[in-house]
Design a protein around this ligand. Sequence first.
Ligand code: SF4
Ligand code: SF4
Length: 672
Amino acid sequence: MNPDFMTETRREVFGNIAPWMQWVFFALMAASLGVLVWQVFRHFQQWRRGERGGFERSPRVWLERLIVYALAQKRVHKKSLGALLHGLLFSGFVVLTIGTTLLGIAHDGPYDFHHGWYYLFYELTMDVFGVAFIIGCLLAMYRRGFRRKPSLGHNWRDWFLLGVLLSLGITGFAVEALRMHYTQVTPWVAHWSTVGWLIDSTFLQGLSIGTAKTMHLMTWWLHTILVAGFFVTIPVDRFLHVITGPLNIATRPERPMGTLVPLTMEEVEKTGRTGVHDLNNFNQQQLLSLDACMECGRCEDACPAFASGKPLSPKKVVTDLRHLMSLGGGNVHDTIKDETLWACTMCQACVQECPVLIGHVDLISDMRRDLIGEGKLSGPPAKTLQQIGNQANPYGRPNSDRLAWAEGLDVPTAESNPDFEYLLWVGCAAAFDPRAQKVARATVQLLKEAGVNFAVLGKEETCTGDPARRIGDEFLFQERAQTNVETLNNHKVKKIVTPCPHCHNTLKNEYPQFGGQYEVQHHSSLLAELIGDGRLKEGSANDDPITLHDPCYLARVNNETEATRRVIGAPNDSNYREMPRHGKKTFCCGAGGGRMWFEEPPEQRVSNLRAQEAIATGAKTVATGCPFCLNMMTDGMASAQGGSEVKVLDIAEILLARSDANAKAGTREGAE
Ligand code: SF4
Ligand code: SF4
């Protein structure tokens, strides 16, 4: 090898470009970058019109999120064409941008490191990722042309952007090949610039040096103009997300999914409103988040309200608000209709899917709060709120009836058994709804069977306020939360177990906002522990196929997907069948977000879709772990074809019915 290899193996930069052209080049780049910065600054000014703050402040969180969601693109990973092409485009874009920047630094900076082995590997890397970038563009065009996923959205700007990106990739390789041709690169070195060498050796043989130089100059200018045009158009198409996406990913406030932000009376007195009425009532971080949307449609694909034909698409909520922001703001209710806001089940599927971490539920909740403040809710859900206010439960029953479900079971109360280990938080559904009462009874029987030291609050328990908070009546929620926290703290409660995922979420994630810190378990989790400790027997499964519907606020929001399966013996049951949408990717039953209390036409019921999905597994039993899912799925089965043969049961009912002890005693209630 030539001893001067390390210094001689390099490429020329601007070799074919006259000095005056280089000045034009730098002026063009500076101007286009200037326009880019100016346009981003205009977006920045739009965000600044919002209420101050809302940003995550921890640099550790920023860094972690940027690594996981921006760099590793955790939310984009899927076995799909969209994920593949995005991966190719993203990696190609990032590597080509870094590579071009390094070349600029080496050429114009104090250290010239662009030679020798570094140069060779640089060339190979740039070629590999350049090819990835071009393939990504072609796949994106193919998807837009032949696999027109409706939620993706289609307009001429997307084709224009893809055309510019593809042209950038192709002209980049053409410039490389022509430069290699007129500089007569030695073959050994040329092979490292593989694509350029292939183009040169296949298409450019016989071309004179002079012609190659002229063609190089023309192609170089075309490439330069495309780069400048690309910079200028970034802020006006969906490519803006390369800037705003990472910004939103880093700065979205960190809090458990399913936790809403409390509103204070001081804020209401200061602003004269209870929620977001004008676009600029959103905080600055929320306004930034609107600009982060890349219109990928993942949120819409996951949305049960959209799937069931309701007038809600989380993507459209975001893009409509963004459009309003571009107009300088205005009344959000003129843009987002009331029925759109009420259609949300707050299942958090959209939030879970969004690759740039947009908080759709916070946006919707803030606008709902304003509707409540303006008295825009009527009918059954309004009555529900009234009943929570007057009777402390959404069913409108006297709270003194709260222990009616426990008749004959000799259930210990916090008064009769003050040294309890677990407080069994029954929840309003299990206390008052005849079907859900059976779940409370089954749970109590199992806890007794396992010898758990527990108690219930009885008449002292009131609604957690969850339906009020989701519907948008924040102060009604806070009234319930403060009363319940006081009761729980008076009884020195440390551990809570509940059969309701909504109570579980509120007690665990939202009561700390009001001074209530408890160790909260869903009954599936405690029952699974008791089975693991040998304190409860699983019993043998029957021969009928069974499936499980994961409640959103248990699986998706609180990450509990194994205990429910463990309780019904799914891991060892050859008859157990999983629905396509299961675990954290479950599909809502339609009851969340206060929708349990809304009337809706039969053809728009989410529960019908979910029931059909369950029936398609061939299961004869659908297990679940939520009194509201139990109700909705039962309704769904009643109207779905083949649903009349399918039983819907809570996991506690199934465990109780299967337990050996139950069979022996022959006196306990089984599940019906
Ligand atoms: S929370 Fe659920 S229902 Fe509401 S917009 Fe998101 S996906 Fe749709
Ligand atoms: S909000 Fe998020 S998931 Fe929905 S279209 Fe925009 S980027 Fe995609």
